[in-house]
Every structure is written in structure tokens, then in C-alpha cells.
Design a protein around this ligand. Structure first.
Ligand SMILES: NC(=O)c1ccc[n+]([C@@H]2O[C@H](COP(=O)([O-])OP(=O)(O)OC[C@H]3O[C@@H](n4cnc5c(N)ncnc54)[C@H](OP(=O)(O)O)[C@@H]3O)[C@@H](O)[C@H]2O)c1
Length: 311
């Protein structure tokens, strides 16, 4: 199969085209014919891209751990899905990802693809929507009528966070850049702060929850917006390697969750949750997508790699 692998070069971690054997599902695994894979450019900096679970160095990882596609084969004992079924989901960070014609995953990490989305659209959903869901509901325990500040509302995670928080009955304050202000308001934010024109730290006080997707100085300044005993959730990539105990305590990594993927698909098919393809490129252009050097159709949403189906 055709795949993209991460290699260390003089330009840092870069993607290269590789021709690899098609994987075979072991007992309990599912083989996906990938039709589209999401791009989280910061994934190249994440620990599992360059390390194995044992902490040994890892080379030639295939990136992109969210996908939409078709089930090609089932390992022994997998009964909950059928060959030919359209599914979307994630796979383990330490396993080879989906920037390839095929990838392996577990049945508990996938769900039927939202019927109203094509594969490119569906591949924008799993990591962004699961991270927003788990951050707001499992970790922050957001309650109706609470006030939440969402930093980075126009990104792959932030777009889902504003929609889910608002539908849950929270009062949503969101930060974004000038071109995205109108969209973020249309998606339900009660207040939108254009961070290119205003300083949120001068405007936002006494929120119950901060949901930070930006990290760095933005996260550090966000503590002053919280109520005493308010809850901070941070997912930004720099949280993973931080040694600051406050950041370590409030950082989490998204996990695959079939039940949540199924509920998210239901919301999408009911028209209650929207997703956006920032740009779609071919497998051959994946290196450029990870280097952020492709033209973008939108200034918000997620970039995907499209892989043609068999005809
Ligand atoms: N821990 C986990 O499980 C997990 C899961 C997914 C992602 N992540 C991490 O979370 C971060 C966000 O991921 P993503 O996929 O949402 O990234 P993304 O699509 O690149 O979105 C980031 C957004 O941040 C906005 N932004 C940049 N500077 C800002 C500022 N000063 N104030 C407010 N907004 C600002 C940008 O919006 P504008 O265009 O409006 O500037 C951009 O849309 C990354 O670091 C990623 O590695 C972690």
C-alpha cells in the first residue's frame, strides 16, 4: 500500500512516501480502507510519533490517527461490524496511523460514519469532537448555565467545543481571529473576542471553566479569567512536555470512544453539529499539509488527506 512515514531530516520531522505491505488484521482488529484522514500538524511533536510504548525510539511512524473509510477485513472474533461498512474513528497513537491506503484499528475505536457526511467531512470529526466532548463533559464536568471561555474557537477542536458547550446550555465566550468572528457567533458563542483586536484578559472574569486549545501565553493568562475554584482544561500540544504541575494536572489526551462517536454522529445527522473541511489534499501532498504549505479553502476547520476509492 501507499503510505506516508515520518522521518527525521535536516528540516526536522518530515513526511516521505513509502510503499509498504498491506496490514493484516489480527484477532480482535479491524482493517480500514482509508478514504480520508485528518491532519493535526502538531502530532509530529507528540511523544508517540518518535517513541514506542516501551519508551524506545520509534522511526517511520505513519501519522494521522483519525479517519473515515470502509471496512476491508475483520480479524477473528470481531462481530460488531461488517466488511464494506462505512465507519469513522481513531486508532492508537502508538500504532501506524491513517495517512495510508489502509490502517488497523480496534472495533471499540470506530462507529458508523455519519450518513450525512462524505468521507472528507467525516475525517474532520473524530479527534476534534472527542477532544471537545471529553474535555468539557468528562474532565471539566461542564454544567448548564455555567460560563466557559473557549480559547482557539476556530480550530479543529475549538469549533466542536463551542457548539457542544452551547447545546449543553452553557454561556460561551470564545476567542478567534478577525476573519472567523462571524462564523463563531453563528455557531452559537454568546460572546466572541477577536484576539487580534482585544485582550481577553482585560474582558473576561469569573468563568467556571476555561477550555484552552492554544497553550503558551494564552493559557498562562487564562488563569486570571477563572472564578476561585474554576476548572482549567488544556489540550494544547505544549502541555504534554510541560513540567509545570498546574499544567500537567489539567492536561489530558483524547481517547477513542465508540459510544461518544455514535452520539456525535447522531448530532451531526440531526443537523445539530457542524464540521468544516479547511482544505483537502491528496496523499502525495500530505508532507505539504503537515508543513502547513497548502492553499486553504477556509480559515477554520480541519485539513484532510483524501484517498480515492477503488472503482
Ligand atoms: N491533548 C489532546 O488530546 C489533543 C487533541 C487534539 C489536539 N490537541 C492539540 O490542541 C491544539 C489545537 O488543536 P487543533 O486541531 O484545534 O488546532 P488548529 O486547528 O490548528 O486550531 C488552533 C486554532 O487556534 C487559533 N488561535 C491561534 N492563536 C490564538 C490565540 N492567541 N487566541 C485564540 N485563538 C488562537 C487559530 O484560530 P485563528 O485562525 O482564529 O487564529 C486556530 O484555528 C494543538 O496544539 C493540538 O496539538 C491535543
Amino acid at each position: 500500500m501507499k503510505a506516508m512515514q515520518v522521518r527525521d531530516s535536516s528540516q526536522g520531522l518530515t513526511l516521505y512516501t513509502a510503499q509498504l505491505p498491506q496490514p493484516t488484521p489480527a484477532a480482535g482488529e479491524v482493517l480500514i480502507r482509508v478514504r480520508a484522514a485528518g491532519v493535526t500538524t502538531t502530532e509530529l511533536e507528540w511523544y508517540p510519533t518518535t517513541h514506542q510504548k516501551s519508551a524506545e525510539p520509534r522511526t517511520n511512524a505513519i501519522p494521522g490517527h483519525e479517519f473515515s473509510g470502509v471496512i476491508e477485513a475483520l480479524g477473528d472474533g470481531v462481530q460488531s461490524f461488517t466488511v464494506g461498512q462505512e465507519v469513522y474513528g481513531m486508532n492508537d497513537w502508538f500504532a501506524d496511523g491513517a495517512t495510508a491506503e489502509f490502517c488497523l484499528t480496534q472495533p471499540s475505536s470506530i462507529a458508523p460514519k455519519p450518513a450525512s457526511l462524505n468521507h472528507d467531512e467525516a475525517a474532520t470529526v473524530p479527534i476534534g469532537a472527542l477532544t471537545a466532548w471529553q474535555g468539557l463533559f468528562d474532565h471539566a464536568k461542564l454544567q448548564p448555565n455555567e460560563r466557559v471561555l473557549i480559547q482557539g474557537a476556530a480550530g479543529g477542536v475549538g469549533l466542536f467545543a463551542i457548539q457542544l458547550a452551547r447545546q449543553h446550555g452553557a454561556y460561551v465566550i470564545a476567542t478567534t481571529s478577525t476573519p472567523n468572528v462571524d462564523l463563531i457567533r453563528q455557531l452559537g458563542a454568546n460572546e466572541v473576542i477577536d484576539y487580534q483586536k482585544s485582550r481577553f484578559q482585560d474582558l473576561v472574569r469569573d468563568v467556571d471553566v476555561v477550555f484552552d486549545t492554544v497553550g503558551g501565553e494564552t493559557r498562562d493568562l487564562s488563569w486570571s479569567s477563572l472564578k476561585p475554584n474554576g476548572r482549567m482544561i488544556t489540550i494544547a500540544a505544549d502541555g504534554e512536555s510541560s513540567t509545570d504541575p498546574r499544567i500537567k494536572e489539567h492536561y489530558f489526551i483524547v481517547e477513542p470512544n465508540q459510544k461518544q462517536l455514535t452520539e456525535i454522529a447522531t448530532l451531526i445527522d440531526a443537523g445539530s453539529l457542524k464540521t468544516y473541511v479547511r482544505a483537502a489534499v491528496s496523499l502525495e501532498d500530505a508532507a505539504k499539509a503537515y508543513a502547513k504549505s497548502i492553499p486553504q479553502k477556509l480559515s477554520y476547520g480541519k485539513v484532510v488527506i483524501t484517498i480515492p476509492g477503488v472503482s
